[in-house]
Design a protein around this ligand. Structure first.
Ligand SMILES: *Cc1c(COP(=O)(O)O)cnc(C)c1O
Length: 419
């Protein structure tokens, strides 16, 4: 088999034409700024789609999550002094198997992420481990939860646990736009939620994001904070620290043009997932789990290799090596083989508790085991579901422009690794 002439991407932008129309509209009307019709429309459409009252259009999802942390912190602990974070010194329970942008904003605000292990059955935060975490630290008042790859976990249970302990919930639905839990949209579950229009997400503005909320006061304040926190005065008047986080009206044109195609993208991604599932039916692997009463948006198809079919693989902080064994493979072999054929896969997001930056942070497993500052487990036995999924798992090429013929070849390439 020859390498693909055109690179097969993990997930790349898919434009349709309307994006250029609305960008051009901004240009022609000279709303080349952070105000304009496109922004208003994005906020209207995003709120409607996510079934929340208000959406605030921002320059990306990370900034939306930062503002979410500020809102939660100020509500829980009061307004910090200038120069202090809203979560200063406070533990915050965070998803562990996610992209770092989910919880870096906790640190921007001085908070201390405590990582909650992943549930094997959903690949999302384990409600059992979260309950154990509250037993250990009943004073914690904030949970930051991310849906992984657009396949929602048990956020309904997570919410019940938050309520029971009087904690607020920030929902990072960056990867899960259009996915549903109990027939309710992801992005509508958090006290404060965020979505992303980053270039590799299910729809994109090239960049951009929204903060989602049902609280009008929060929406207005987010608009103020994101535009340098100017007070109503003829001059630049400031009572609090502001940010330059507003979405551009040109970017908003792209996002506005993309929204009508969200459902189309979801059905394309679903077809990709199902084609993989069928193609790998007799292989010793599992695809992303789909939890009862959830509807994924199928953003990234991923798989884990059964333990007995893993060849030897070692990774340090920047390299991976493996030893080929007959009938066995590993993510490294599959990813390197895909790359040889000009196709892009990716390892599972490396869990946060394994990141050099966070590896001394606490990490709580479903048996209540706590890995603390010593990097040793000080209580209970060792469970580390996140590490296991990371070692055995990988994300598959999931670009919605991939043809069935190309995908069949990818399936064949991967099947070859098991020989
Ligand atoms: C992409 C992503 C983000 C960051 O989104 P940006 O819009 O690029 O800031 C945050 N969280 C998760 C889970 C993501 O996948």
């Amino acid at each position: 088999m020859k390498p693909f002439k055109n690179k097969v991407w993990l997930s790349s932008p898919t434009m349709h034409g309307d994006e250029l129309k609305w960008m051009t509209d901004a240009y022609k009307k000279n709303w080349m700024s952070t105000v304009g019709e496109n922004i208003n429309e994005v906020e209207r459409i995003a709120a409607k789609k996510a079934e929340v009252k208000y959406a605030v259009a921002l320059c990306n999802c990370t900034s939306a999550l930062h503002l979410c942390c500020k809102f939660a912190g100020e509500k829980l602990y009061g307004k910090p002094m200038i120069g202090h974070g809203a979560l200063e010194g406070k533990r915050v329970f965070c998803s562990d198997m996610t992209f770092a942008a989910t919880l870096n904003p906790v640190v921007y605000e001085g908070g201390i992420p405590v990582f909650i292990d992943t549930e094997e059955e959903s690949w999302n935060m384990d409600p059992v481990a979260l309950e154990k975490a509250f037993e250990l630290y009943p004073d914690v008042k904030l949970v930051v939860y991310a849906e992984l790859y657009g396949f929602p976990g048990r956020i309904d249970l997570i919410i019940d646990i938050c309520k029971k302990h009087g904690a607020l919930l920030i929902e990072d639905a960056a990867e899960a736009m259009g996915a549903k839990v109990n027939n309710q949209e992801c992005g509508s579950y958090g006290d404060y939620s965020a979505i992303s229009y980053n270039g590799n997400k299910i729809i994109t503005g090239s960049s951009g994001g929204c903060l989602l909320t049902n609280d009008l006061e929060v929406a207005n304040k987010a608009r103020k904070w994101s535009t340098q926190a100017r007070e109503a005065a003829p001059w630049y008047q400031h009572e609090e620290v502001g940010y330059n986080y507003r979405m551009s009206n040109v970017i908003a044109g792209v996002v506005r043009g993309q929204y009508p195609y969200l459902e189309e993208h979801i059905s394309q991604k679903k077809a990709i997932y199902e084609r993989y599932k069928k193609g790998f039916k007799d292989l010793p692997i599992k695809m992303n789990p789909i939890v009862d009463n959830t509807v994924p948006n199928y953003w990234l198809s991923a798989m884990v290799i059964d333990k007995d079919y893993m060849c030897k693989q070692v990774r340090d902080d920047s390299h991976a090596l493996y030893i080929k064994e007959k009938g066995k493979t590993c993510p490294t072999e599959i990813l390197e083989t895909l790359a040889k054929y000009n196709a892009e896969g990716r390892p599972i997001w490396k869990p946060m508790h394994l990141q050099p930056m966070y590896r001394l942070n606490e990490f709580i497993g479903k048996d209540g085991s706590l890995r603390a500052k010593t990097n040793a487990y000080i209580d209970g036995s060792v469970t580390d579901i996140g590490l296991d999924i990371f070692e055995r798992g990988l994300c598959l090429p999931s670009d919605n422009k991939m043809t069935p013929e190309v995908q069949d070849k990818i399936i064949e390439i991967i099947r070859g690794c098991f020989k």
